[in-house]
Design a binder for this molecule. Structure first.
Ligand code: 5GP
Length: 200
């Protein structure tokens, strides 16, 4: 029996939900809205990363912040569903199997906000996963939003834009592509798809 057909403790079929999109696509706000919607049985998977915490980020809340050695140890022990080096900045990110299992145990759906490399790995392991790729209205709009954040250096921005171009090219692997030119509409589109899945 595959992961997806086993029922959760609440009788729902278990689902893995994956959302990706370039930074600046507005996905963070979408994710907050989705996780805040009590009608949806989503449980956020807290990723592990080797990147240092940003101001205000909490270990175990935003991420599990691990040293490169600890990350590698866990990777070798097979503790990750997927992991990837994101942005070519030398930092690793990964979804812990324990996070997916915790969602299932709680009777909820594991919600993964991860990059495209990771998402493709998850799709191989969980072919029934509900996958969403979010884009801003255009590459120009995306660049504007990224710069407006003002938290990153030019070099960092350049690398992120490069990653975004590569990610966009692979958006076709996702079941659903969501254009975030109107936040409410984008959230509603995803919510509707998830709600239909709940009723199945
Ligand atoms: P940030 O460093 O800005 O928090 O995240 C950078 C990127 O890492 C985001 O695009 C996010 O989707 C990706 N990411 C976060 N967690 C994971 C994970 O567990 N696995 C993978 N593959 N990517 C992740």
């Amino acid at each position: 029996m595959s992961d997806e057909t086993a029922a959760t403790t609440k009788g729902l079929p278990f689902r893995v939900v994956v959302l990706s999109g370039p930074s600046g696509s507005g996905k963070t706000t979408i994710v907050e809205r989705l996780l805040g919607d009590e009608r949806l049985p989503l449980r956020k998977s807290v990723s592990a990363t080797t990147r240092p915490p940003r101001v205000g980020e909490m270990d175990g809340d935003n991420y599990y912040f691990l040293t490169a050695e600890e990350f590698e140890r866990r990777r070798r022990q097979g503790e990750f569903v997927e992991c990837a080096e994101v942005h070519g900045a030398g930092y690793w990110y990964g979804t812990l199997k324990s996070e997916v299992e915790r969602a299932r145990e709680e009777g909820r759906w594991a919600f993964l906000e991860i990059d495209v490399d990771g998402a493709l790995e998850v799709m191989r392991e969980h072919p029934e996963a509900l996958t969403f790729f979010v884009t801003a209205s255009s590459q120009e709009e995306y660049e504007r939003r990224l710069r407006a954040r003002g938290t990153e250096s030019d070099e960092h921005i350049r690398r992120r834009l490069e990653t975004a171009r590569r990610e966009l090219a692979r958006a076709g692997h996702y079941r659903h592509r969501i254009v975030n030119d109107d936040l409410d509409r984008a959230v509603r589109e995803i919510t509707d798809i998830l709600s239909r899945e709940l009723e199945r």
